[in-house]
Each structure stands twice: as C-alpha cells, then as structure tokens.
Design a protein around this ligand. Structure first.
Ligand SMILES: [Cu+2]
Length: 474
C-alpha cells in the first residue's frame, strides 16, 4: 500500500493518505478499498471494465461523475460549464446510459439537464466503478443500449476492531480545492462508514484574460451502518445528503441548488447451499431538489459573462424536484457448469415543479422488470452467456386535464460466446444484443413540442419505444 502519493502536472497537486490501524489488514475482497487499480484488462468479461475511482487521474477531472468518466476510453462529454457535464458513451447519452450508485438510480430534476445523474456523484467517495458496455447484461434495469455504470461502496472488512480509510486533498489552478475523507470503524460484527467531500473551483480566464463563468462549489456526505453477523451475511443501512452550485457560461441561468437526499438498504446472503448460492436485495430512495436562477450567481441581463451568457433582463428562478424510489432482488443458482442469476426490479419516479409556492406534479414513471442471465462454462476455454428480460413501463402525464398515460412492454435479450486461446492471453468473443427503451422525462416532457410536432408529450397513437440492436465481434 502506498503511503503518500503526489502528482504534479501543470498546476495540480494531489495527496492521498490511506489510514489503517488494524493489526492485520486482511483483504478478502479483490476490490477492497486501498487497492489502487487503473483501467485494466477485463475482470469478468471482455465487456466489463472495473476501476477504482480513488485512483488519481490526469488531467484532474471536475467534481462530478461525468468529467471523471472521460478518463475511460470510449467516453466523451457534453460540457456544461466547469462541472456537471453529461457523459456520452459511444455516441449515446441520457437514459441510454444508466448510472447507478450502490445499485440505486438518482435521476436529475432539471428539464434542461443541468443536473445530469452524474452531477450528484462524487466519484472519489466510491470504491469500485464498473462499466458494462452495450446491452450485454440484463441484470441492471431496462434499456442501457450504451451501457451501465455502477459506482459502488463495498462493505469495509474487519477481522478485528479497528479504524481505516482514506483522506485526500487536491489543490490546483483557478482555486480548485477538494477535500475527501472516507473513514470506517468496525469489527467482525459490523461497521460504521462515513464519507464526506467538498469540491470548489473558481471561474477560469480565457486567452483574452476574460473570466468565463465556470465556478462551482459542492459538498456530499454519506453514512453507512453495516451488520455482518457472519462472513456470508450483510445488512446495510445508508443515508446521504449533498448540495452545490455551479455557474454556466452557455446557459441563461446558473444552477444555484443541487440538493440530494439518499436512503438505502441492502441485504446479501452468500454460500447458502449447493444449488442456491446467493440471495441479494436492495431498496433505495433518492431525492433531487434543484434551483436555477439568473440573479444569485450573475447579474440578470448581463451579456458580459465572457460574451457567452444569454441575457434575460428580468430576475428569474425555477425550482424542480424528482423523487426516485426503487429496488431489486436477485438470486444466484449454481448447477454443474451453469450459473443462473435471476430476479426482479422496480423503479418509480415523480417529477414536480414549484409554481407560486405550490408543488405541481407533471410526470410519474413506473417500471417493473423480470430478468434472467445464464452462464455456461462449456469448457475451460469456452463460455456461453445468454440473458433475457421483460419490463412493463408506464408514464402518467399530469400536465393536461385529460391526464393521458402511455405504457409499453419492453423485451430485451443477448447472447455471447467467449473463447479463450489456451496458449495466449487472448480472448475472442462474439455477442449480439437487443434492447428496448421507454422514452425518458427529457424526451417526453421538456421539449417544446412532442413527437411529430404535436403539443402533447404523450400522444396515444405514437409508437412507444426506441429500439436498439447491437452486435459485436472482436
Ligand atoms: Cu436547471
């Protein structure tokens, strides 16, 4: 384990200090915190990449999940000021790319996507980041034609009472100043983990020495309480809060509030028996409360913000929120050379806007899914993986008096064959995947016009889904 790390390129300085007070720091999990991993060869499959978000990266990413993802090949970003960009993977973004934190989803509230899901994520407070490329897994919700990103905090492992964790500081140009702390105390019976971070940066100056609005200031704080009565059982309760503000050069308003409230519960039981190997279940509540305005972080109507701000002369503000509640359960079965993972998941989310002191609900999305994924180890060199899932999705529109709703049944599936060459560190695979996706809030509600130029976001006669077909051979 490295004691202190220091990186200096241009004007960035970062130092990380791992703490450990237990006498024997036995690590049973391959991704246990403190292990520094970089983007490496596949861990589970050629379509999965696992990396540690605690690894320092250059150039230093902004405070959010999106800029961080740019350090992984295949990702780009729709920039949104200094922070809170929207990640794009292989040209696809939005609800084509699912972002999960501890297996829960946090959907933003801003109709203009100032708060993409990644803007609520502070990557360094997680232990593992896993990317599953394309529709080559059905375990993590419907759609995901671009892929699935999972930010996970792993339960800290203690073989005796002790304290461990990480503290890191980052200073860089334009008054960038980040503080991160991740401390766990526990013993064999359980643990208490506290993570907290703040991140701030000032506007930068362009070549003409003019300030470009790009400043941000954010904080996040999370707590997890785990009970591990034996090494195969875990029950964890977690809660978190955060907030921030960000100035945007390319928008008519700035983001003056990005409040987050999260609650989570997870249960895992491993090594159950010869046939049923594992049972896991989790539930989450994520709440985003967003405010944008043109007066708290700028002067209304000012066109001088680097020459790029769109001037609105009247002071204006909008406040919006979204409540996302969901859960999943999954069982893992083992029989001879077969592994079957099967389960169900659900998500309900409600979007509202504050209008004259009253919260008005405009949209409610419901989704229920069933999934199964079978892996067959045909031989030491050959593997066949097949998966299928079926979802029922519905949206209720509260913006019109008739309240039309729209629903669809969404099938998805994939098949992949993997062959490892015995004499070489080489794997060849061929995969084919099909997935269907229900349109998201930004497609249905925030455009000025609905599909086909109609005024309604939910016309009954329009076909329900956008389909994706993908195939790859490598
Ligand atoms: Cu906004």
């Amino acid at each position: 384990m490295k004691k202190t790390k220091m990186l200096t390129t241009s004007l960035a300085v970062m130092c990380t200090l791992p703490l450990q007070t237990t006498a024997s720091a036995e690590k049973t999990h391959p991704h246990d915190e403190g292990d520094v991993m970089t983007v490496t060869a596949p861990v589970y499959s050629p379509l999965t990449i696992a990396t540690s978000p605690k690894t320092p990266r250059q150039p230093v990413p902004a405070s959010d999940g999106s800029d961080y993802l740019k350090t992984i090949p295949g990702f780009s970003q729709i920039r949104n000021g200094g922070t809170n960009g929207d990640p794009v993977f292989r040209g696809m973004f939005g609800s084509r790319l699912r972002l999960l934190t501890n297996d829960g989803e946090m959907l933003g509230a801003c109709p203009a996507r100032m708060d993409a899901p990644s803007s609520y994520i502070s990557p360094e407070s997680y232990d593992v980041l896993t990317l599953i490329k394309g529709p080559q897994s059905v375990l993590w919700g419907p759609g995901n034609s671009a892929g699935t990103l999972r930010f996970e905090r792993l339960p800290p492992q203690f073989t005796q009472a002790g304290v461990k964790g990480n503290v890191s500081l980052l200073a860089a140009s334009n008054r960038r100043w980040d503080k991160n702390a991740d401390i766990s105390v526990g013993n064999e019976q359980g643990y208490l983990r506290l993570t907290g971070n703040t991140s701030r940066a000032n506007d930068y100056k362009d070549g003409d020495n003019r300030r470009v609005p790009s400043k941000w200031d954010k904080w996040n704080s999370d707590i997890a309480l785990g009970w591990t009565p034996d090494k195969d059982t875990l029950l964890e309760l977690s809660a978190g809060k955060g907030d921030g503000e960000a100035r945007y050069a390319g928008r008519g308003m700035d983001g003056s509030q990005f409040k987050r409230e999260s609650l989570g519960l997870r249960f895992e039981k491993s090594n159950i028996g010869p046939l049923l190997d594992k049972f896991e279940a989790s539930a989450y509540y994520n709440y985003a409360d967003h405010v944008m305005d043109n007066f708290s972080l700028r002067t209304p109507g000012s066109m001088s913000m680097g020459g790029m701000g769109m001037g609105m002369s009247m002071p204006m503000a909008m406040r919006l929120d979204r409540r996302t509640v969901g859960g999943r359960m999954m069982t893992t079965w083992l029989w001879q050379d077969y592994q079957l993972q099967t389960g169900a998941d659900t998500q309900l989310n409600t979007h509202r806007s504050l209008d004259n002191g009253r919260w008005d609900k405009d949209a409610r999305f419901d989704n229920y899914g069933l999934f199964g994924e079978l892996t067959w180890e045909a031989s030491a060199q050959n593997k066949v993986i097949v998966g299928t899932r079926l979802d029922r999705a519905q949206v209720d529109n509260f913006t019109t008096a008739e309240q039309p709703s729209r629903s669809a049944t969404l099938p998805a599936g994939f098949l992949r064959v993997e062959h490892s060459v015995a004499s070489l560190p080489l794997m060849v695979y061929a995969g084919v995947g099909y997935t269907t996706r229900f349109p998201d809030y930004w497609e249905l509600f925030s455009p000025t016009y609905g599909p086909g130029g109609s005024a309604s976001a939910v016309p009954g006669a329009i076909a329900a889904t956008i389909d994706t077909f993908s195939a790859s051979i490598r």
